[in-house]
Design a protein around this ligand. Structure first.
Ligand code: 5CA
Length: 444
């Protein structure tokens, strides 16, 4: 892709209204454009990153056997009256009246809608478990939308719902999502820690927030540092393995401020292991039993002929918020260098030809390199503008492709001036560069 043909409206300076680095960078490189308070259009660069995040989220949901559906953004108030949440949800819910004077709403979440779908078709325990998810826009009329897409009013969320015959089976489903979340965030190059959390308007008594550390995060967290050393790499998808994986995490104190108890924290966690800091909530999972299935009459026939209400959980990931969260974790704002993880990078590599007015050879060389890269499924952006060297580098450092080739004096013959963005230059032949990037892509 040629930069001159791209819709990447870059600003010279940080916009003054942006207070945190993700918001600054997203406006600065034209990833988003505000439409109104807390509502944004996604421009090509931002949209590309968000779609890649969405794909990773989707792959990991599919791997645990969850099935994708798509529910509408607009819901009828009827089902919310059935569950009893229509009044409880308060002013965060955007309420709309249609031309027949029917009360509708823009969905802030989908527990009711999915329960309605479930109850109309599933009648027997034999069809359980069911794990359903969708990736859809949500609207919450947040009182203080801020930090760009981090706390938006309209935002993109993956929400999944599990239906099981018993508490035991429901915990099994819960643990599958727990694992899939650890895997998803790892693929995004993030360390997200599961923390015991409050359930708020979703309800229930078992819940974990997945939090990444960031000074600008809105969640205050209290944790035992050792939890950061854990991984879930050897976890299998069967009950016992999942149970011990969750136990492994739960043995360490890790809570958000609603669950914090100073006495308990100081008693359980030794001084040198205590960590009190801030983080960004990128996912949140809930178990709430029959909170919705009971008032909405979602029951199944049991083996002995009896009926019971299904046991449900719900599982959210903030897909649009993750774009900002990755920037918070990866952007070096002092040096103005962004390096996207390759798994979600808008481009795999930036080609930066130093173009002289009377000599197009560097651009020709860039175009030829691009042909080879394309053959190898490597997605490049070429800065074909005639700006000076330092402003080209500045721009590309902000766009954040994780690799760069600078085609100037130091790229002579077969050897090219190659950089892992933000690191030292290496002189390598194109074949080696292709090998390095392909290897990294294959390991995602
Ligand atoms: N129904 C449940 C689980 S599907 C639910 O709605 N959970 S939630 O309220 O915790 O939202 C899930 C995730 O969406 C959060 O972890 C967060 O990452 C993201 N999110 C929530 N509110 C916003 C917002 N205003 N702007 C951006 N992302 C948000």
């Amino acid at each position: 892709m040629l930069l001159s043909n791209s819709f990447i409206p870059i600003l010279k300076n940080n916009p003054s209204e942006a207070k945190i680095k993700s918001h600054q960078l997203m406006l600065r490189v034209g990833m988003i454009k505000q439409a109104s308070a807390g509502i944004y259009s996604w421009l090509p660069l931002g949209f590309k990153v968000m779609k890649k995040i969405e794909d990773i989220v989707r792959q990991e949901q599919n791997k645990i056997g969850a099935q994708e559906i798509l529910m509408p953004t607009i819901q009828s108030s009827e089902i919310w009256k059935e569950s009893g949440r229509y009044d409880d949800y308060g002013e965060e819910m955007l309420r709309i009246t249609d031309r027949q004077n029917r009360e509708m709403l823009y969905g802030p979440t989908n527990e009711e809608q999915v329960t309605e779908i479930f109850r109309s078709s599933i009648k027997s325990y034999k069809s359980l478990p069911q794990l359903l998810y969708h990736i859809q826009w949500k609207f919450r009329d947040e009182i203080r939308p801020r930090f760009g897409i981090m706390r938006g009013r309209e935002f993109y969320m993956k929400d999944a719902y599990s239906f099981d015959v018993s508490d035991e089976e429901a915990f099994y489903s819960y643990n599958k999502f727990f694992l899939s979340y650890l895997r998803t965030f790892k693929k995004l190059s993030l360390t997200a820690i599961p923390m015991a959390a409050d359930t708020g308007p979703i309800g229930g008594n078992l819940s974990h927030e997945f939090i990444i550390l960031a000074d600008t995060g809105e969640s205050k967290i209290f944790t035992d540092k050792r939890i950061f050393e854990l991984d879930s790499d050897d976890t299998q998808l069967e009950k016992g393995s999942l149970e011990s994986m969750r136990k492994k995490y739960e043995q360490f104190y890790a809570v958000t401020d609603e669950k914090f108890n100073k006495e308990e924290f100081e008693k359980i966690v030794s001084k040198e292991n205590q960590l009190i800091t801030k983080g960004i909530e990128v996912g949140h999972i809930f178990y709430f039993g029959d909170k919705y299935s009971k008032p909405m009459g979602a029951s199944v026939d049991l083996p002995g002929g009896k009926k019971d209400f299904v046991k449900m959980g719900s599982y959210g990931i903030g897909v649009s918020r993750l774009v900002g969260a990755i920037i918070e974790a990866k952007y070096d704002d002092k040096n103005e260098i962004m390096k996207w993880p390759l798994s979600v990078a808008p481009y795999d590599i930036a080609l930066i030809p130093m173009i002289n007015k009377n000599d197009a050879s560097a651009l020709d060389k860039a175009n030829n390199i691009n042909k080879e890269l394309l053959k190898n499924n490597i997605d490049a952006i070429i800065d074909d503008t005639d700006e000076n060297f330092s402003s080209k580098i500045k721009k590309m450092n902000l766009i954040g492709a994780p690799h760069q080739i600078i085609i100037g004096k130091k790229s002579e013959g077969d050897l090219l001036e190659f950089k892992v963005t933000g690191e030292e230059t290496q002189n390598l032949p194109l074949s080696k560069i292709i090998e390095i990037i392909t290897k990294q892509k294959n390991s995602i």
